[in-house]
Ligand binder design. Structure first.
Ligand code: PMP
Length: 371
């Protein structure tokens, strides 16, 4: 049996060895960070050092970083943690933790997955008693498409809208400068950058008062109650520090991704590369093999020892038509046959070649069986 190949970094990146070491050490800290004794103060120091590391990754100061249980919670606080009703507008390709968080107006995207800026302007033009809260992700989790965030921010400013950005899939891939950007809120997740699962952060511009959705002891300055996940924070901090260096490796990932796309497209001209033509990060490709269901493809690759995913595969093992691909205007044939191959810090050229070999062989068998 050959070594398994892991190409599902957008679902979760394997924890980095440095993270595992730091988390293990932090687990031994006995204190509660809210306790005033020495043990408590040691735990507090660990959390605050981690907060500074996460803040550095996104170009802000530590007090603006609120630790949460992950980006799902961060997105929910960003959209629902207001003391007044907001008029929420989100793109049609957001992660379910935004789409499902509350009822919102949808901003359409173009066929390459870019936000339709004219549609956003038209929506913002409509008079409304409530202040607009616009939520748009920086990098799409399925396609890697990068949204024109500077233009979106400028537009939001024109209409006095609050702007939230889910930057989960952008961290460690694009430089982020929260303080300079003009963003109001930004969500992050530890496990997408080689940190632990179950830890994330909401970065909040201090001019906004965000309320916790979880009530209790008033930790995180009242913005997120519950004893801090000390080891999780520490691991996230270490991962954030390494992620800053990762940004320079983007061209290496792009080379690997292009190697994959070129080889697959050459062997299988019927394959559609979703989001091709838009600016994309180099760590993911979304491929559609018309006529072959996503689930069949994922299972076939799994049998070949290769982990990939279909659609927005964060959900409980369920594979369905990709909402993201549908929102880009593709019909069911493409949206129901799309897969996501995502790479990261431990991916090698050999992993890419293993995928290409297995995928092309599988597609050939499908064609032979149906043709
Ligand atoms: N937003 C995006 C874009 C994501 O890819 C994910 C993870 N699939 C989340 C939010 C949710 O993050 P978490 O797993 O930390 O709740």
């Amino acid at each position: 049996m050959r070594e398994p190949v892991y190409l599902d970094y957008n679902a979760t990146a394997p924890a980095r060895p440095e993270v595992i070491a730091a988390v293990t050490e932090a687990m031994a800290l006995p204190g509660n960070p809210s306790s005033v004794h020495t043990a408590g103060r040691q735990a507090r120091r660990a959390v605050e050092d981690a907060r500074a590391q996460v803040a550095r990754m996104v170009g802000t100061i530590a007090p603006n970083v609120v630790f949460t249980s992950g980006a799902t919670e961060a997105n929910n606080i960003a959209l629902r943690g207001w003391d007044r009703p907001m008029r929420v507008l989100t793109s049609s390709v957001e992660h379910p933790s935004v789409i499902e968080a509350l009822e919102a107006e949808r901003i359409p995207v173009t066929s390459t997955g870019l936000l339709d800026l004219d549609a956003l302007r038209a929506l913002l033009e409509k008079p409304n008693d409530r202040q607009a809260l616009v939520s748009v992700m920086l990098v799409n989790n399925e396609t890697g498409v990068i949204q024109p965030m500077a233009e979106i921010i400028a537009l939001a400013r024109e209409y006095d809208a609050v702007l939230h950005c889910d930057a989960v899939q952008a961290a460690g891939k694009l430089p982020l400068d929260f303080d300079e950007s003009g963003l109001d809120l930004l969500s992050l997740s530890g496990h997408k950058i080689g940190g632990p699962k179950g830890i994330g952060a909401l970065v909040v511009n201090p001019k906004h008062h965000i309320r916790s959705l979880i009530h209790g002891g008033g930790q995180e300055k009242g913005r997120r109650s519950g004893t801090e996940n000390v080891a999780g924070c520490v691991g996230f901090g270490v991962a954030a520090e390494i992620a800053l260096e990762e940004i320079e490796k983007q061209s290496h990932y792009k080379d690997l991704r292009d190697r994959l796309e070129t080889a697959v497209s050459k062997a299988l001209p019927q394959v559609v590369v979703i989001g091709d033509g838009a600016e994309r990060v180099g760590t993911v490709t979304c491929l559609a093999l018309p006529g072959v269901g996503s689930e069949t493809q994922v299972m076939a690759m799994d049998l070949a020892g290769i982990a990939i995913s279909a659609g927005s595969a964060c959900s409980s093992g369920k594979v369905k038509r990709s909402q993201v691909v549908s929102a880009m205007g593709y019909g069911d044939e493409i949206a129901g046959s799309s897969i996501r191959v995502s790479l990261g810090w431990a991916t090698t050229e050999a992993d890419i070649d293993r995928f290409v070999e297995a995928y092309v062989a599988f597609a050939g068998r499908q064609v032979a069986a149906t043709g």
